[in-house]
Structures are given as C-alpha cells and as structure tokens.
Design a protein around this ligand. Structure first.
Ligand SMILES: Cc1cc2nc3c(=O)[nH]c(=O)nc-3n(C[C@H](O)[C@H](O)[C@H](O)COP(=O)(O)O)c2cc1C
Length: 196
C-alpha cells in the first residue's frame, strides 16, 4: 500500500525475479541492451560521474576467452548464455565530468585529480550502476546471472586495460529449465533497519 509501483512491476523487478543459472536459446538483441541502458543510465551516481562501462561478449571466440577466467562452477552456464556482459569501472571517468556535471566542471581536477580518489569513487558508483543494470535487465523481462567468481586480474588483462577495473560478469537471457535454486531467505526489516 505504501509503494506507488504497481504489484506486477514489483514482482517483475524483485519478488518474482531470480538469479538465473540456465537460459533458453532466445537471443538478447543489441536493441534490448540499448533499451536497458537508456533506462538505467538515470540511476544516480556521485556528481553524476557515471563510471560504469559495459563490454558485451558476443563472439564465440571472445566467449571462450572469457570463460577461462571464470571459476569452474560459473563456466558452463556462461558458455551457454545468450549474452554475457562484463561490467567495469572506468577509473578515468573524470574526463567526462565537464559534460556530465556542467555546473561544476572544475570537479574534474579539483575533486578527482588524484587517481586513488577516482578509483575509490569509481568502485562505489560503478557498483551502484551495476545494480541498476541488473534491475534494468529484469525490467526488459529478462533474467540476469551476475558473477564475481572469477580471476579479476586475468579478466582485466584479457578484455580491459589499466584504466578499467572489472566488477562482475553478468549472464543475460530468458531463464531456461531449472534456472534457479530454491529462494534463499532475506534479512527482515528489524534485522537491518535501526532508527536513531
Ligand atoms: C555481485 C554478485 C556476484 C555473484 N557471484 C556469483 C557467482 O560467482 N556464481 C554464482 O553462481 N552466483 C553468483 N551470484 C548469484 C547470487 O548468489 C544470487 O544472486 C543470490 O543468491 C540471490 O539469488 P536470487 O536472486 O535467485 O534470490 C552473484 C550475485 C551477485 C549480485
């Protein structure tokens, strides 16, 4: 009753949405990915810095190179997923700040002039955007399978560069047979929320 979002959308995004481990063969198109990005790009980040970068792994050759950096238990489902995305943080996001935060263009150097500051900020804000991305995948009627069971340095060297820090790999598609384990319990409100 307290939520404005209708119940069907609540189910689609959260209650019925699950982390998929198997997928059908139905392709995930570039148009779907564009629609997802064009929705979730509005999720907030510090000073609108928007450090998330997305690498779509489509070719069989690239998929093979990706899978070798994943933990054993993540390999077969990633090899078979219709689409896989590498989500990373751009540690040089400040180059775009004059465009993204035009009322304070000096922030590029005054706030984010030092690389360690940028790396900390990019890690937090790209992780937030990764969460928006997962919810966006669900909004497209698809299921996401995010994974951090992988060799991050190997993945970075294989697909990225020194300026990009990989965050996770996300399998995307329509859930296939036996797509998930039984739902695990969540913490209750009283376990999580305190008021001071
Ligand atoms: C950042 C992140 C990393 C994850 N890494 C893995 C992984 O490496 N392998 C895996 O099988 N599941 C992984 N998961 C899936 C979680 O275990 C799953 O989302 C969680 O148990 C909730 O499942 P549910 O959405 O079906 O309720 C990951 C999820 C997230 C969000």
């Amino acid at each position: 009753m307290s939520l404005l979002l209708d119940a069907a959308a609540q189910d689609l995004l959260f209650r019925e949405a699950r982390t998929a481990n198997t997928f059908t063969d139905e392709p995930v198109t570039d148009e779907q990915v564009r629609a997802i990005y064009d929705l979730v790009k509005y999720g907030p980040t510090s000073m609108n810095q928007s450090p998330l970068r997305v690498t779509l792994v489509r070719s069989p050759e690239a998929r093979e190179r990706l899978v070798q950096h994943l933990a054993e238990g993540n390999r077969s489902k990633t090899a078979a997923a219709p689409l896989v995305a590498i989500l990373s943080a751009d540690n040089e996001f400040h180059e775009e700040l004059p465009q993204l935060f035009p009322h304070f263009p000096q922030a590029k150097d005054a706030v984010f002039g030092e690389r360690p500051v940028r790396e900390g900020s990019a890690a937090l804000n790209a992780a937030l955007q990764a969460a928006y991305f997962i919810i966006g995948v669900r909004a497209a009627g698809l299921a996401a399978g995010p994974m951090t069971g992988l060799d991050f340095e190997g993945l970075r060297k294989e697909f990225l560069d020194d300026d990009h820090t990989p965050l996770m790999v996300v399998n995307i598609g329509r859930p296939g047979p036996d797509a998930w384990f039984p739902r695990s319990p969540r913490l209750e409100f009283e376990q999580v929320v305190t008021t001071v």
